[in-house]
Design a protein around this ligand. Structure first.
Ligand SMILES: C[S@@+](CC[C@H](N)C(=O)[O-])C[C@H]1O[C@@H](n2cnc3c(N)ncnc32)[C@H](O)[C@@H]1O
Ligand code: SF4
Length: 455
């Protein structure tokens, strides 16, 4: 086998710490309660910058036993109807509070399973957005779909509405693993859906894979990767299974002897990494791989790659307006999160209030750190002069302790200075969150930030 891309000593030193995923900064577990009036204030502070819209569709037909998403399994069309009505009212309320008409540059439907909704419901959802926002044709519109509940006619409807990107959950094609995780999904079904999507003009197909699931082995996962090779999706997300049985009680059905041990888990990641790189995919960072011609890479070359709650994007928008239960809006220096559960979400909206329950307003220091961390995660660089000018700081003085904490990571080859710019090197790309954590003022644990051993 090819030598490992992530030296085991580095993995051992840096890969075991529980670090935030940095979909936001500060991480969502540090946010506090928010009420209607604060949410209104944040919304009214928006100027006419471009907007991304996100809608969370929380429903699923069946429970995948590993699932960590905010979803509910239901057959109740009454509940779906109540949700759609609440969504309509929430979108109308929010749009009426915005001081300016903002151009929309990105729409994403996530879940749960957005294709739980039938064709008419999907068209209705789109109309709910389109009647309150200017959504130009040709914008980046994407949707998460669960292949076993998605038909070609649904894809046709989505294509007609203007969707051009689709993300399909796969996780593993092995029937034994699929049975154990309660997610039967024949390879041919996913293959045919991808073919249909491409015939219908979808320009980008992503598939989600997962390592660390029960009963997975490198031999069996290698066959899944063979299947993936024949599908050649434009993008691949490779997630490590997050086992949180106290938070997601359904995960407790997995016995610890069924779950891959840490060494197998690391081997599954290494195998996937080697195989995907050999297939020509480029590792963007934070679980995401793309084909070399992907626009994400061009954007990175120009230092313009961005990231929001929906993932990496080339969209020039920094504000996300999110709707539906548990969804998170990012508006300037404010984060706002909606009530998680479907019925309480509907009740809040029906009472005339905004369904926002949690949030965070960034301090000036948080804003600088968020900008720096997002630049690191997206464009793999810290540009000292640019940040100094943008925020009127003396970088070396402002981040003196962080700069000294970086030394061991530089010694370990995770990153290095090129003049005044810190660049992430390949091993560091696999440990991006470790490098970012140096600048995270919310973490108070000294190790491994001050750990000085070299590999
Ligand atoms: C909303 S689902 C994707 C759409 C659709 N519901 C499906 O499953 O096909 C989002 C993705 O999150 C990932 N995911 C879910 N639970 C996870 C967990 N416990 N740990 C890591 N990733 C997880 C899966 O890869 C899944 O495809
Ligand atoms: S993985 Fe997707 S389909 Fe499965 S329960 Fe979670 S959200 Fe639903």
């Amino acid at each position: 086998m090819t030598p490992s891309l992530l030296h085991p000593a580095l993995l051992d030193r840096y890969g075991k710490l529980p670090l935030p995923r940095y979909t936001s900064y500060p991480p969502a577990n540090l946010w506090g309660p928010r009420d209607d009036s604060l949410a209104r204030l944040a919304l009214s502070s928006l100027d006419s910058r471009p907007l991304s819209l996100y809608v969370h569709v929380p429903f699923c037909r069946k429970l995948c036993l590993y699932c960590g998403c905010n979803m509910m399994v239901t057959r109740s069309q009454e509940l779906v109807e109540r949700y759609l009505q609440a969504l309509d009212r929430e979108v109308a309320q929010v749009a009426s509070l915005l001081p300016a008409r903002c151009p929309v540059v990105q729409v994403h439907l996530g879940g749960g399973t957005p294709t739980y909704l039938d064709e008419a419901q999907l068209a209705r959802l789109w109309q709910i957005l389109a009647s309150r926002f200017d959504i130009p044709s040709g914008i980046e519109a994407s949707i998460e779909v669960h292949p076993p509940v998605t038909s070609t006619t649904q894809l046709q409807t989505l294509a007609q509405l203007g969707f051009s990107r689709v993300s399909m959950g796969v996780q593993d094609f092995d029937p034994v693993v699929q049975k154990r995780i309660n997610r039967l999904q024949p390879f041919e079904q996913t293959r045919d859906l991808i073919t249909s999507a491409r015939q219908l003009g979808f320009v980008s197909v992503n598939i989600d894979l997962m390592y660390g699931l029960p009963l997975q082995s490198t031999e069996r996962f290698a066959k899944t990767l063979d299947c993936v090779a024949t599908l050649r999706p434009d993008r691949i997300a490779l997630f490590g299974y997050a086992h949180m049985p106290t938070l997601r009680t359904h995960q407790a059905v997995f016995r610890s002897d069924e779950l891959p041990d840490p060494a197998t888990r690391a081997a599954l990641f290494e195998l996937s990494l080697q195989r995907l790189l050999a297939l020509g995919y480029v590792y963007v960072g934070l679980d995401h791989f793309v084909l070399p011609e992907d626009e994400l890479l061009t954007a990175r070359q120009h230092g313009q790659l961005r990231r929001n709650f929906m993932g990496y994007t080339t969209c020039k928008s920094s504000d996300v307006l999110a709707f539906g239960p548990s969804s998170i809006s990012e508006l300037g220096r404010h984060y706002l999160q909606n009530e998680r559960e479907v019925v309480p979400y509907c009740e809040r909206v029906e009472s005339g209030a905004l369904p926002v329950v949690r949030g965070y307003s960034l301090s000036p220091d948080d804003v600088i750190r968020r900008d720096l961390i997002m630049e690191l995660l997206c464009n793999l660089v810290i540009d000292k002069p640019a940040l100094s000018v943008r925020y009127g700081i003396d970088f070396d003085h402002y981040f003196a302790s962080e700069l000294s904490a970086l030394s061991p990571l530089i010694a370990d080859g995770l990153c290095g200075w090129e003049g005044d710019r810190l660049k992430i090197l390949l091993p560091g790309q696999l440990l991006l969150r470790t490098v970012a954590s140096i600048f995270d003022a919310t973490l108070h644990k000294p190790a491994p930030r001050h750990h000085a051993a070299a590999v």
